[in-house]
Design a protein around this ligand. Structure first.
Ligand code: CUK
Ligand code: CUA
Ligand code: CA
Length: 648
């Protein structure tokens, strides 16, 4: 890769010739570029990305850089929250080491903790009339945490399930999912972002809402009507209450939603739209040269909801406001404004200086910078055309998707087709767009391997972006790791962004396939390591409370665990009984977790210190079943058992 410091901005980018001109060219070029990427695995290791910046003799060769490798016993300085993609999970990493520390089960069953087995987890996940799980698949893309004063406050994180339109909340004191809400009347729930301040009461400088974008158009309601009339399919933008997790309101919009961003003043939320055409095949979704970024005036929407200017759809009771263009002709009263952006934009990201939202072009090689003050001017009737809020639309490279920030005025955008990250200066881009053709906005380019999707930097989505580390989620690993059959790991790459030049410092294989993630300082979290027993109404508080309690055919077995024994040591039930086992771990010692498995009854779950869980099942076969501890806890771990005797 040539370093392009001395070229004119036009030359350094050289993307004009590759600009997509029409639908056919897009399809053709996307295919061509992809095959270039795929053939890159045959290049020898002297490709630019393999050469450390310092060794390559760059201007800042003297910059020492940071070391991502920790010595044994050393702790990471950042947490990372990662979506797991269609594994359906939420992952916690230590950064910069990239070590995976935990997976928090939420949407899909998890055999380790018994998520989807215990009564408590089933209640969070949702069940059908017969008590079985409503869903067992999920596709998580975006995870974000709650804010206070422009930074994370360590209360909650949220994550989306695109398949079944669910939003899960993770409590960050115990790293557990405590609520899941299914959004009504939407499909393809993709983007998600918490607000950062209340638009009306500025004293509420923390998260109280989470906004959710729905990607796919569906008939409203989707009950069998309008099946063959795709022109009638619609998409909704939703607002979920951060505390109750109820859907506060939804908004009918023109076009679709993709990702979501929120402003630091709480006044605006936005979603990028790639299917303003309402197409239902890809050709239709990319037929227009420009799509949009939809801006929502939160205070006005909530006024309209309060004033009852709403409808409901189907069986849902959620109030729905009208955010279509036709219903919002006057900016001074409009609930929404549609800013035009080039062809099929993908991400939308808020700059840490709180001034701009940046939309990446995906099918256009451009990044669009939208000034929020000007969007507000338009809502106030002081700007005649909302597109005048666009303060830069500059060429970045092929297939721009997502953007991160370093807090020093630079943006880092992934270029999916170019397999690169481009570092660019936002102010210089604005000057360039305003006519200063000498403005050098591209600062650096880094080859990544291969086809990057999301990118994020330490503290990037807060007011406190610190410009230290950048991680990039590459969608193809190809030759980067030992082959393990046809399915490849994805490559998560770590980049040192503390200097002028980006420096690739580590590759990590990850199980497919993470999308978005956030990285933040470790002192923003204060996780608890022993449960508070008062959180559990069913707790068996003492070994003396343990025992078998029969009520007709319903039998409750209360069990207490205290290493290395379960109390009671054995219990008798009868075939045909409905058994509920309630187990409390009385151990108070940090890291002293027990498991509880019942052979042939498909039961296994863990109880952490001072935690209580329960399971309910039918005794359908007689015999002796050794309930044993599955989680290594004690020198007598193997001996830690209880005997379930089922009489015929
Ligand atoms: S999307 Cu996956 S790379 Cu779901 Cu955030 Cu862009
Ligand atoms: Cu208790 Cu192992
Ligand atoms: Ca489009």
């Amino acid at each position: 890769m040539s370093r392009e410091h001395n070229k004119t901005p036009e030359e350094q980018l050289d993307t004009g010739r590759r600009r997509f001109l029409n639908t056919a060219a897009v399809a053709g070029l996307a295919g061509a570029s992809m095959s270039v990427g795929l053939s890159a695995c045959n290049q020898d290791s002297k490709s630019a990305s393999a050469v450390p910046a310092a060794a390559a003799g760059h201007a800042d060769a003297a910059h020492e850089g940071q070391n991502p490798h920790l010595k044994p016993g050393e702790l990471d300085t950042y947490y990372g929250f990662w979506s797991g993609g269609h594994t359906g999970d939420f992952r916690v990493l230590g950064m910069p080491s990239g070590r995976e520390l935990h997976r928090v089960p939420c949407f899909v069953p998890d055999a380790l903790v018994g998520w989807g087995i215990t009564n408590e987890s089933k209640a969070v996940m949702g069940t059908k009339a017969d008590g079985s799980l409503k869903y067992t698949v999920a596709d998580t893309h975006h995870t974000h945490a709650s804010y206070k004063d422009g930074n994370y406050d360590g209360r909650y994180a949220w994550i989306n399930d695109k398949i079944n339109s669910r939003i899960a909340r993770i409590r960050l004191d115990y790293f557990i999912c405590d609520k899941i809400t299914e959004l009504p009347n939407v499909q393809g729930f993709h983007g998600i972002f918490p607000d950062k301040r209340d638009p009306v009461d500025p004293a509420i400088n923390y998260t109280t809402r989470v906004f959710c974008g729905a990607e796919f158009h569906v008939p409203l309601p989707n009950d069998g009507r309008d099946l063959e009339s795709p022109e009638k399919y619609r998409s909704l933008f939703s607002c979920v209450d951060a505390e109750t997790m109820e859907v506060r309101w939804q908004m009918l919009i023109d076009g679709n939603c993709d990702l979501v961003a929120t402003s630091y003043d709480g006044k605006l939320a936005a979603t990028n739209q790639y299917n303003t055409e309402g197409g239902y095949h890809y050709e239709g979704m990319m037929s227009a040269e420009r799509d949009a970024c939809l801006f929502v005036n939160i205070a006005r929407v909530e006024e309209a909801v309060k004033a009852g200017k709403t409808i409901t759809i189907g069986t849902s009771k959620v109030p729905v406001v009208d955010g279509t263009r036709a219903a919002n002709p006057d900016p001074k009263t409009a609930l929404v404004g549609y800013v035009s952006v080039p062809k099929n934009p993908h991400g939308v990201n808020a700059t840490p200086d709180a001034k701009y939202f940046i939309c990446a072009g995906k099918l256009s090689p451009t990044g669009t910078v939208i000034e929020l003050a000007k969007v507000l001017d338009w809502f106030d009737g002081k700007l005649d055309d909302i597109d005048k809020a666009i303060v830069a639309e500059v060429e970045l490279g092929l297939g721009p998707l997502h953007t991160a920030f370093d807090g020093r005025g630079n943006a880092y955008t992934t270029l999916f087709l170019d397999s690169q990250i481009v570092k660019w200066n936002v102010d210089a881009a604005i000057r360039f767009h305003a006519g200063d053709k000498s403005a050098q906005y591209v600062v650096d380019r880094l080859d990544v391997t291969y086809q990057p999707g999301h990118v994020n930097a330490s503290q990037s989505e807060t007011r406190f972006a610190d410009g230290k580390w950048l991680a990039v989620g590459c969608k193809f690993s190809k030759d980067r790791f030992l082959p393990v059959g046809p399915l490849h790991a994805e490559t998560e790459q770590l980049v040192d962004i503390s200097g002028e030049k980006m420096k690739l410092v580590a590759d990590h294989p990850v199980r497919p396939e993470p999308h978005d993630f956030i990285i933040f300082k470790r002192d923003l979290l204060r996780p608890k390591q022993v449960y508070d027993m008062s959180e559990f109404p069913l707790a068996v508080k003492d070994q003396k409370e343990a025992g078998v309690f029969r009520d007709g055919k319903k039998v409750t077995v209360k069990i207490a665990s205290l290493a290395p024994a379960f109390e009671p040591r054995e219990f008798k039930v009868k075939v045909g009984d409905e058994i509920t086992i309630i187990l409390t771990n009385l151990d108070k010692v940090e890291d002293l977790t027990h498991g509880f498995a019942i052979p042939k009854y498909n039961v296994n779950f863990i109880v952490n210190p001072q935690e209580t869980k329960s399971v309910t099942f039918k005794a359908d076969k007689p015999g002796v079943f050794w309930c044993y501890c599955t989680h290594f806890c004690h020198a007598l771990h193997l001996e830690m058992r209880s005997r379930m005797i089922v009489e015929a």
